[in-house]
Design a binder for this molecule. Structure first.
Ligand code: NAG
Ligand code: NAG
Ligand code: NAG
Ligand code: NAG
Ligand code: NAG
Ligand code: NAG
Ligand code: NAG
Length: 314
């Protein structure tokens, strides 16, 4: 009786491990929850997932992941999304005092992008004032700060330059511990963007906190995913990255083939590879709710709304 059991135990892991994607401690989750399908939230922390950190565009952990124990296994990274009447430094300090080990924060989601396109649309000098008040003090607590997460457009570089200049004008050198990159496009474009950021901000590590090749065929999406992910795993200056995204293909605003879940909430190949697993052969499609006539930007705005509603509900 022991013999067949032994065969099974020896053969099954070998058969699966052959096709699994490389694992990486850099990988994290941009959490874009769907309030209608809360069971989807558990997929990212399911057994075998190699995701070690997440952010949710907000300053507070998502209740589904918020137990203190989870922070060491699945680290929450607060984000100052845009201008707010809530004090970010107070919110983060309260988390730390409550025993949540906050080591990094992210700041300003696409401040160079218009709100119609999902950006936080903040003039650099206003962001500088907010950073000096709400972010710089966190560095004294040993928290590492991410530079504003500008878009991948050339305007992002201009915005950042003005931001840092405006800080100095206001009497404080805003110090980012790492740069933050968003990229939607092909691999050559991503590699070039990373090179330009390294050239403009030498010696800074980089987090790629949103990336995908939007609106492509399945094979092009998968090829981009493999190439870019392997590249970022190899590059020692890339500290962390988060693929966009963690939603169903039917809810995707970047095309169905970029999504990590199918319209039925099953991991796609990309989704499973991102967690360090094997291909699932689950093919995503856009069926379900149709977002057809909306552009990527409008969709991103709606995604943000879904995130906020999701955070409230969970
Ligand atoms: C802050 O509060 C004021 C007064 O309620 C409101 O007018 C303003 O829009 C708020 N600002 C933000 C960024 O929420
Ligand atoms: C907080 O997390 C960092 C990074 O994972 C770790 O080095 C540090 O020991 C942790 N601190 C506490 C108090 O657990
Ligand atoms: C912000 O910095 C830019 C670039 O140095 C400069 O042109 C602009 O006048 C500054 N704005 C303010 C309000 O200081
Ligand atoms: C800001 O950095 C510049 C250049 O490194 C330095 O000369 C200046 O003293 C710094 N300003 C402040 C307020 O620390
Ligand atoms: C980058 O780091 C190297 C080695 O530590 C140092 O020699 C160089 O001056 C740094 N460059 C900048 C722009 O800080
Ligand atoms: C992507 O990587 C997976 C896992 O290594 C592999 O099975 C698949 O063929 C690759 N696909 C492409 C398009 O490179
Ligand atoms: C990209 O895909 C989304 C969602 O499938 C769609 O709404 C949008 O129109 C597409 N954008 C372009 C530029 O094709």
């Amino acid at each position: 009786m022991r013999y067949p059991t032994l065969i099974l135990t020896l053969c099954l892991p070998a058969a699966f491990s052959q096709a699994t994607f490389q694992r990486s401690a850099k990988r994290g989750l941009v959490f874009v929850p769907n309030p209608s399908y809360s069971s989807d939230n558990q997929i990212w922390i399911s057994s075998g997932s190699d995701l070690t950190w997440y952010y949710n565009y907000g300053a507070e952990p998502s209740p589904v992941y918020s137990s203190a124990e989870a922070q060491s296994a699945f680290e929450f990274v607060p984000m100052l999304w845009g201008l707010s009447n809530d004090s970010f430094v107070d919110q983060v300090t309260t988390l730390i005092q409550g025993g949540t080990n906050i080591t990094h924060v992210l700041t300003f989601n696409e401040p160079d992008g218009s709100s119609a396109n999902g950006g936080s649309d903040i003039p650099p000098e206003t962001a500088a004032t907010a950073w000096i008040k709400e972010v710089e003090p966190l560095r004294k607590l040993g928290v590492k700060t991410g530079a504003p997460a500008v878009t991948g457009s050339p305007g992002g570089f201009t915005w950042l330059q003005e931001f840092f200049a405006n800080c100095t004008n206001q009497g404080t050198n805003c110090t980012a511990d790492f740069m933050t990159v968003h990229w939607y496009g092909d691999f050559q474009g991503l590699a070039s963007q990373l090179g330009q950021v390294s050239a403009a901000y030498p010696n800074k590590t980089i987090w790629v906190s949103e990336y995908a090749y939007n609106n492509q065929s399945l094979s092009t999406s998968q090829d981009f995913f493999n190439t870019s992910t392997e590249y970022m795993d190899r590059m020692s200056n890339i500290e962390r990255y988060a693929y966009f995204g963690s939603f169903r293909s039917s809810d995707s605003n970047v095309g169905p083939n970029a999504a990590m879940l199918t319209q039925d909430g099953k991991l796609t190949d990309i989704g499973s590879w991102y967690l360090g697993g094997a291909a699932t052969n689950n093919v995503p499609n856009a069926a379900g709710r149709s977002w057809g006539r909306w552009d990527v930007g409008r969709g991103a705005w709606v995604t943000m709304a879904v995130v906020w509603v999701g955070m409230w509900l969970m």
